[in-house]
Design a protein around this ligand. Structure first.
Ligand code: ZN
Length: 197
């Protein structure tokens, strides 16, 4: 009987040791897989605001939108593309748009922001990053930008040399609250996922 008990005990100990080893190995494997994958995928966030003033051109996502007000800026004031550039640079931990394209430089005065986006993606590609997908949100009370969204996606996809379904643009108002609600400015947010192929 003792012998039976001893055998059963040994068997349970053996099973328990196997289970512990299995859990340990799975944890270890998971840890290394995660570390490996995370080296190849990064996410970044960008945010930009521009003041609106009468008589200026309103350019968002590379598209000129008919409106009585436009963005006050050193460049064309495209808040969507500026937020997107910051998201891409942030994902790669390569600083921000002001670092690479300073608004004190005459070179960037009135520049089409699609050029800045193209250059930003080129900077990322130089160090091996590719654009996975990007998602932008425009925060603007007026005018309604929905009719221009597909054109914006197309302009930004072309500048980044990616497919249209890798670029998302959404728009919202702030229900007349805050500076965007009072139509004093436009804000934009963006997130970008980049990867090393
Ligand atoms: Zn800006």
């Amino acid at each position: 009987m003792f012998s039976d008990f001893g055998q059963s005990y040994a068997f349970f100990r053996y099973r328990a040791t196997c289970a512990t080893k299995k859990v340990y190995l799975c944890t270890l494997l998971n840890h290394f897989c995660t570390r490996y994958k995370m080296k190849n995928i990064r996410i970044g966030h960008g945010y930009d605001v521009h003041q609106l003033a009468e008589g200026l051109t309103l350019t968002l996502g590379g598209v000129a939108i008919p409106h009585s007000k436009g963005c006050v800026a050193h460049s064309d004031g495209d808040a969507v593309i500026h937020a997107l550039c910051d998201a891409l640079l942030g994902a790669a931990a390569m600083g921000d748009i002001g670092l690479h394209f300073p608004d004190t430089s005459g070179e960037f005065k009135g520049i089409d922001s699609r050029i800045l986006l193209r250059r930003t993606v080129a900077l990322l590609r130089e160090v091996g990053w590719e654009v996975g997908n990007v998602d932008c949100t425009i925060i603007l009370q007026r005018p309604k930008v929905r009719p221009y969204i597909d054109q914006m996606r197309s302009e930004m996809a072309a500048a980044m040399e990616v497919a249209l379904d890798q670029v998302s643009v959404k728009a919202t108002t702030t229900e007349r609250l805050g500076f965007t609600g009072r139509e004093e400015g436009v804000a934009a947010e963006a997130v970008a996922l980049i990867y090393r192929p």
